[in-house]
Design a protein around this ligand. Structure first.
Ligand SMILES: Cc1cc2nc3c(=O)[nH]c(=O)nc-3n(C[C@H](O)[C@H](O)[C@H](O)COP(=O)(O)OP(=O)(O)OC[C@H]3O[C@@H](n4cnc5c(N)ncnc54)[C@H](O)[C@@H]3O)c2cc1C
Length: 496
């Protein structure tokens, strides 16, 4: 690539963003014979895809699954796009095997079985997050990436190694440390003809003969967009400063319609000094509660949901506009501290932080506050001491008599009696956003009248087909499926 538009800067397809969707689009386009350029703003690819759990929902019953996703998206996603997604999921294991990876359904998952009591909290949810919605039993078992068949790697790392190996093998050109800032557009025809990017302070341009695929992720790391579309600038567990929403702005600038801007995968996480991304919450023993800023409980903590638990924290006073549960606090006892890290150990940006299994490292670092008394803990957390003591007395009494105010069962609760006691603030945490340019079932980015913008395609969480009700385990599959579709459509072919 050169800094001036010459012959070397002309490709059939240009892909913006080297995460899962971008890599899948590049593999598909390259296999169809195209010359492909991937442009990535960071020094290496991977995006959220590499740090993620890598769980992919399989298709149990295609028609029921389509009905379920249709109901969850509530008419905001056309049926054709949902059908294309489900078809793509059916084909996905074969495509992954062709790429040298292996996914297998998790036999330990018991779909349809009642939840088994006990930690962790939140626990893995079998099937969809919305079992009461029509078609829920069409969602199949979760695919995982077995280490033994994926070069000793699992989850996002296994997936990413497979994808990046395929990109290297095909000798697809990848331009890293290059930030795409605009699309080039032929204003007479409205066709997208390439990209304008910045690399090391220099502007570069590249021309796309067939199309540009936007696969630059959502806006989990754009505080202004979060405020505008989600209502609060909440923190994220995704890789810091990668997915900052430029793809959305670029698409808007050439007339794209937007959809699903309020869709978000919202968990709970802890923010600690020196780390921009949150540590997602996972508690491994029963002796804990959550309290709000007034030291009051507000839920049955044993039923926290991994992908929507953060919704619980979105409670704003309608008079003084204060977020009463942002932050909230997890309060726990010594047995819970010793039972295992109170954060996830398998996905998220902070996996290598050194958070110890017995939580002693975050306690010694001052991330988790501790005191021999509840009143002492309250004062360290900035909570009202008497309120916290009363809340815990009430909780302990409720557990003992099996009459918890929020219905928490004794099977899922231990009294918080024996100190030292611990506490840390918990924030709603964005895993990923869903909003972005509206796209067709074939990955074409559409204008407000539903007409494809010539030469412009979208894939992955940038303009996901999912809206505000996210069933879980779908964005990963979507990155692969929609990437493949966009890469093929850009060349006027079907995915291979
Ligand atoms: C902790 C965590 C766990 C998760 N676990 C799961 C799971 O188990 N199952 C599931 O279904 N989903 C999961 N998700 C969500 C899922 O991983 C993502 O939605 C999916 O990987 C997104 O893929 P993508 O290719 O669209 O975006 P990404 O993989 O994020 O790639 C986007 C790339 O674009 C680059 N980029 C951005 N802007 C520009 C620009 N202007 N110019 C050039 N490059 C740019 C970024 O640097 C990035 O590399 C998880 C998310 C998180 C945070």
């Amino acid at each position: 690539m050169t800094s001036h538009g010459d012959q070397t800067n002309i490709f059939d397809v240009i892909i913006v963003g080297y995460g899962g969707a971008g890599a899948a689009a590049a593999i598909e386009a390259s296999d169809a014979g195209a010359s492909v350029l991937i442009v990535e703003k960071f020094g290496e690819g991977g995006g959220t895809t590499k740090m993620a759990g890598g769980n992919i929902r399989s298709v149990g019953d295609a028609n029921k699954m389509i009905a379920h996703l249709d109901a969850l998206t509530d008419g905001t996603t056309d049926r054709g796009s949902i059908e294309a997604h489900v078809r793509g999921l059916v084909d996905l294991p074969i495509w992954i095997e062709r790429c040298g990876g292996v996914i297998r359904t998790d036999p330990s998952e018991m779909l349809g079985a009642p939840r088994q009591p006990g930690p962790p909290y939140p626990g893995a949810t079998p099937g969809t997050m919305f079992p009461g919605v029509v078609g829920a039993d069409g969602i199949g078992l979760r695919y995982r990436w077995p280490k033994a068949q994926n070069k000793g790697l699992s989850r996002g790392k296994a997936a990413w190694t497979m994808l990046s190996d395929n990109i290297e093998r095909r000798r697809v050109e990848v331009l890293t440390n290059t930030y795409v800032k605009r699309l080039m557009c032929d204003h007479l025809s409205g066709r997208i003809t390439g990209i304008v990017a910045e690399q090391g302070g220099k502007e570069i341009r590249a021309t796309a003969r067939q199309g540009v695929v936007l696969a630059s992720g959502g806006f989990a790391w754009n505080k202004d967009m979060l405020r505008e579309w989600i209502g609060a600038a909440i923190p994220s567990a995704a890789p810091p400063h990668r997915n900052t929403g430029e793809g959305i702005l670029m698409a808007q600038a050439v007339g794209a319609s937007l959809w699903h801007m309020n869709g978000i995968v919202l968990s709970m996480g802890m923010l600690v000094p020196g780390f921009d991304a949150t540590f997602a919450l996972k508690v491994r023993e029963r002796g804990f509660i959550l309290v709000d800023r007034g030291a009051q409980r507000f839920c049955d903590e044993s039923r926290l949901a991994g992908h929507s638990g953060g919704m619980l924290l979105e409670d704003r006073d309608h008079h003084d506009a204060i977020w009463r549960r942002i932050p909230s606090y997890v309060i726990f006892d010594e047995a819970t501290r010793l039972a295992g890290p109170i954060t996830t150990t398998d996905a998220g940006f902070n996996l290598d932080s050194g958070w110890s299994d017995d939580n002693s490292m975050p306690v010694e670092s001052g991330w988790i506050s501790t005191s021999s008394s509840l009143a002492g803990l309250a004062s360290k957390l900035g909570l009202d001491a008497q309120s916290l003591v009363t809340t815990i007395d009430d909780y302990n009494r409720g557990i003992e008599t099996d009459k918890d105010a929020f219905g928490r069962s004794r099977m899922d609760a231990n009294p918080i009696e024996n100190g030292p006691f611990y506490g840390i603030a918990v924030w709603p945490t964005v895993y990923n956003t869903q909003g972005g340019p509206r796209r067709s079932a074939k990955g074409e980015i559409l204008d407000p009248w539903g007409v494809p913008i010539p030469g412009l395609f979208g894939a992955g969480e940038l303009g996901s087909i999912f809206g505000s009700l996210y069933p879980g385990g779908m964005n990963y599959g979507e990155a692969f499926v929609s990437g493949r579709v966009a890469g093929a459509t850009a060349l006027g072919v079907e995915p291979k």
